[in-house]
Design a protein around this ligand. Structure first.
Ligand code: GDP
Length: 193
């Protein structure tokens, strides 16, 4: 049985005024456009088509809330770093992101990074922002199926060195199911942090 059998889509919001009540615990999922965030959400939560996956980078513009069980939610943040995003889209992203640290219930960040790209400056900025807000950060190095064992291990070592001791990281693959249980455990740990 799924670890989160009652998971459901809650709502999409375009601004902080539409957020659900600031109660319970929340973990945000973020990543560069096309990193594999939607696939990771679907796989970790065990529901095939919960978050939309798309071959068009930057398609998800709004914040989507999912409820795992009463009082435990995840927030699917819009993908960032898409070169063709308009200035208006970038402003909307920044405004939404800036409003998040005010949420008392937000306690963790799951950062989705394409293992072949490694930790980029934009990822680092997001991690620093999350750390300043007091959130635990866990990094999924996804699309691990694209690398052989040796390159995977090397990428994890390199990322861990860049991330430092406060941030946890693991390899992950949505289609191959690599690291799914580890990611589920990390998510539960973040909810209790
Ligand atoms: P998002 O934009 O970050 O939400 O990324 P998506 O989940 O929509 O994935 C972007 C593309 O990468 C899609 O074509 C997915 O099928 C593919 N993808 C996502 N995760 C993986 C993975 O773990 N391995 C492989 N090989 N492809 C993946």
């Amino acid at each position: 049985m799924s670890l989160f059998p009652k998971v459901r889509f809650l709502l999409s919001v375009a601004g902080a005024d539409q957020f659900p009540p600031d109660e319970g615990r929340e973990v945000a999922f973020a990543g560069r456009s096309n990193a594999g965030k939607s696939s990771a959400i679907n796989t970790v939560l065990g529901r095939h088509a919960l978050a939309r996956t798309s071959r068009t980078p930057g398609r998800t513009k709004l914040l989507n809330f999912f409820e795992l069980e009463p009082g435990r939610r995840i927030i699917d943040l819009p993908g960032y770093g898409y070169a063709q995003a308009s200035p208006a889209e970038k402003r909307q992203w920044t405004a939404l992101i800036d409003s998040l640290p005010e949420r008392q219930c937000l306690c963790g960040l799951f950062l989705i990074v394409d293992i072949r790209r490694g930790i980029a400056d934009t990822d680092q900025q997001l991690i620093e922002w999350a750390a300043a807000a007091g959130w635990q950060v866990h990094v999924l190095l996804t699309k691990a199926d694209k690398l052989n064992q040796r390159d995977r291990a090397a990428a994890l070592k390199e990322a861990s060195k860049t991330l430092g001791a406060e941030v946890t990281a693991q390899v992950f693959s949505a289609p191959d199911g690599i690291g799914v249980q580890e990611a589920q455990k990390a998510l539960i740990r973040l909810f209790s942090s």
